[in-house]
Design a binder for this molecule. Structure first.
Ligand SMILES: Cc1cc2nc3c(=O)[nH]c(=O)nc-3n(C[C@H](O)[C@H](O)[C@H](O)COP(=O)(O)O)c2cc1C
Length: 170
């Protein structure tokens, strides 16, 4: 149920479950042990061109808005203007939406008692090639998921910056 811009859901997930798939990713994630230890690691991929007319969500939007083609056309034009003018905008579109997806997955996992670990210590271009992703795709991050091993001790939670440091009320 993660929200996304225009509900375009510009993402896909590669779920690494087999030993063979994990091995392929492990090497591109600087041999981080959690990739082999966790039962599943997700590679979260964003679509920098997810606003294109080929996205089936536009068809759904047409139905959801009672077949009003003007609503869809207006939204398509606006999305193309917002995200399709500069490369940087397309990347922001993909990464902002996938960032929210990532965070939501981590909270949802915790709700079900599953711990998670986000990773961006990965060879993004290498992953793109290894898993056959096209030019419009961007690898945003990976998330390993698994149950906490009670025999292990976690590092203490590091402090976070405070409200006054990060919020400027104006
Ligand atoms: C986008 C993102 C990328 C991260 N990449 C890595 C990574 O590649 N390897 C790793 O061990 N931890 C990674 N981390 C975990 C952070 O280092 C960790 O969340 C942070 O140090 C705070 O620690 P805590 O979450 O245990 O409090 C990443 C976290 C985020 C949100």
């Amino acid at each position: 149920m993660v929200p996304s811009a225009f509900n375009l859901q510009p993402w896909e997930i590669i779920a690494l479950k087999s030993d063979e798939a994990k091995e392929r990713f492990f090497k591109l994630a600087y041999n981080q042990p959690k990739i082999k230890e966790a039962p599943v690691t997700l590679i979260l991929v964003g679509d920098k061109r997810g606003y294109d007319k080929s996205n089936p969500v536009w068809e759904e939007m047409l139905n959801s808005f009672g077949g009003d083609e003007n609503v869809v056309k207006g939204s398509q034009d606006m999305a193309a203007a917002l995200y399709g003018t500069k490369e940087e905008d397309g990347l922001k579109f993909a990464e902002s939406n996938v960032g929210l997806l990532a965070s939501s997955i981590m909270y949802a996992a915790k709700y079900y008692g599953v711990d998670s670990h986000a990773m961006s210590g990965i060879d993004f271009e290498g992953v793109k090639k290894e898993f056959g992703l096209d030019e419009n795709k961007t690898v945003v991050m990976a998330i390993s998921l698994g149950y906490f091993d009670e025999s292990k001790e976690l590092y203490p939670r590091r402090p976070r910056r405070g409200y006054d440091e990060i919020v400027k009320e104006i």
